[in-house]
Design a protein around this ligand. Sequence first.
Ligand code: HGY
Ligand code: MN
Ligand code: MN
Length: 412
Amino acid sequence: MTGPAEAVSEARLWARLMDMARIGAIPGEGVNRACLTPLDRQARRLLIGWAESIGAAVSVDPAANLWLRRAGSEAEAAPVLTGSHMDTQPNGGRFDGIYGVLAGLEALTALHESGTVTRRPIEVVAWTNEEGGRFAPGCMGSMAWSGCKPLDAFAEVRDPDGVRFADALAEHLAEEADLPRRPLGNKPHAYVEAHIEQGPRLERDGRDIGVVTGIQGSRWFTVTLTGETAHAGTTPLALRRDAVQDMVRAVAALNALMQDPADVLRFTVGRIVVHPNTSNSVADRVAFTIDLRHPDAAVLRDRGDAIAATVAAAVRNTGVAVEENFHALPVAFDPLVIDAVEHAAAAQHVSSLRLPSGAFHDAQFVVPICPTGMIFVPCRNGISHNPAEFSSPAQLASGTRVLADALARLAA
Ligand code: HGY
Ligand code: MN
Ligand code: MN
């Protein structure tokens, strides 16, 4: 009798990952599959078909989080939860997020095929909008589910085309009206999420599995500078209220604020929206994003809280508005799950390394609800949020076998 880990199929997992990678494929083997879009729904239908083929029960909650449930011998026992997200960055790769959902499905399939009965039910969740690429911030589905934020706190967030989150969600739920519903929030026994590392540690240290110890904190801001538009040819510079020039001054000042000789702090200006965005008109408005991360909550607080004053002191002649729209505190994962993952890796005779996560994940918001942890697999050169993102079939299958083993342990 094979155990669930031995029943994991590397070929089936890889084939399903490649099937998903075709939904929203972009040049360079990348994927652009935003949340709450027809592409997202096409991917979800594919997943649902596979889940139903092993008798898993499918349901959707008010935040459009998608749930696949495998029964346990004790129906009322708190389930063991795994999963990740199916949405990608606009210029994303084939593995970020979707790997954890398909690894969860593969674990359910392996449990099914090995005839393993677990006491606890096991659920796989696909969280809505983890990336925050279309609607900022990320992790809306897991924040709504965990009660970190009420779902309607996101209603008025608009995507680059001006679509309201509430409208995109309503349209999505209407398109999936045929699927059973479940309420927001439940109390799992434990949560384990499988994910590519998105960093270089495992590959550099030659380890197969990352036993994730926690996640650093993240804060997102949008800074809006408002000046006055003018003719590029006739307006003297001395009379201009140029939002682009003030953005340059503001970012230079923020670079100084965010100095860290140890290179632990992460400060990114990744999105800049300029109005009117024409070559021969002075910009009257610039909105730019700040993504600030650090493992120490105090550093995150002090540097983040200094942003508004730093920008105000740096600009010359524009109005300043700073809005914070995401604040995920650093979290430490639970020894119950860390140990289950470490023991599962040992049982699978693969090498492992304990390490923190530089990327944020939905797991960050599950921590207050139940014992939580993650499993990392190596990714080539640590590249992610990039079409070149790659993990090998063997690496992905190894992580999935450890996941199946850990889930079986926690669900016993
Ligand atoms: O941005 C992040 O850390 C995650 O990969 N979305
Ligand atoms: Mn991810
Ligand atoms: Mn990501």
